[in-house]
Write a protein that binds this ligand. Structure first.
Ligand code: PGA
Length: 253
């Protein structure tokens, strides 16, 4: 976990979303392990729940970290279809993506729910990767900073600066996700710089960019002073497209 004042180590997280059977997930891990990943970058993968345990076994002895795509805030109970934090910990999950825009849009995840999940992940010793970002219309109306400020304040409500510094935020403009259009590096950096000042502790946290990040734009994004890494969707589904992003993070962080 990041310590306040420490150098921010680059982090590249692959969000596989609803892709890959267990066999396909294990195959990709074998491909990633066959590549030489630069030691100076933290790399994590977020397979679907069904593949977590098999991927954990496939990752044994590797420095690649295991991440979940979401979780329930409670430890157990009558929540059909949900997954509790202790179940993830038991498998060896160390990171969890919270508040991804697809979960906010399709599963009605609110800012307050993201806050409860963030506190729960920390209680269970997992690093939350809190996703925030504006829609296309909010972007056009100039509401980006207002929106992300509200989202990060809700996500980290009630936490001390030290705990906040141990978390990760991914700024993902919703219009950029899966679209092939990415935010200009300077503009993305300006939003992320704003996020850094929005909550006590975030000045020391790792802040990522997400939204059509690929080998072609990773160097320019990573060269920005406030961008510490990326949350990668489509390009994380194959070693050939994911590994060059990790290399760019190493070369340009
Ligand atoms: P993308 O997805 O890289 O496919 O745009 C990013 C994300 O949704 O985390």
């Amino acid at each position: 976990m990041n310590q306040p004042g420490a150098v921010r180590r680059p982090l590249i997280a692959g969000n596989w979303k609803m892709n890959k059977t267990i066999a396909q997930a294990c195959e990709l891990i074998r491909e990633l392990r066959a590549c030489t990943l630069p030691a100076g970058v933290d790399v994590v993968v977020a397979p679907p729940f069904t593949a977590l345990q098999a991927v954990a076994a496939e990752l044994r002895g590797s420095s690649i970290g295991l991440c979940a795509q979401t979780m329930h805030e409670n430890d157990h109970g009558a929540y059909t279809g949900e997954i509790a934090p202790p179940m993830l910990r038991e498998i060896g999950v160390r990171y969890v993506i919270l508040g991804h825009s697809e979960r906010r849009a399709y599963d009605g995840e609110t800012d307050e729910a993201v806050g409860r999940k963030t506190r729960s992940a920390l209680r269970h010793g997992m690093t939350p990767i809190v996703a925030v970002g504006e829609t296309a219309s909010e972007h056009e109306e100039g509401l980006t900073l207002e929106k992300v400020t509200m989202q990060v304040r809700a996500a980290f409500a009630g936490l001390g600066a030290r705990e906040v510094a141990s978390c990760v935020v991914a700024y993902e403009p919703i219009w950029a996700i899966g679209s092939g259009h990415f935010e200009e590096p300077e503009s993305a950096d300006a939003v992320i710089a704003h996020i850094r000042r929005a909550v006590d502790g975030l000045e020391d946290a790792r802040l990522l960019y997400g939204g059509s990040m690929k080998a072609q734009n990773a160097a320019a994004l990573m060269a920005q002073p406030n961008i510490d890494g990326g949350l990668i969707g489509g390009a994380s589904l194959a070693a050939a497209t994911f590994v060059p992003i990790v290399e760019a993070a190493y070369a340009h962080a």
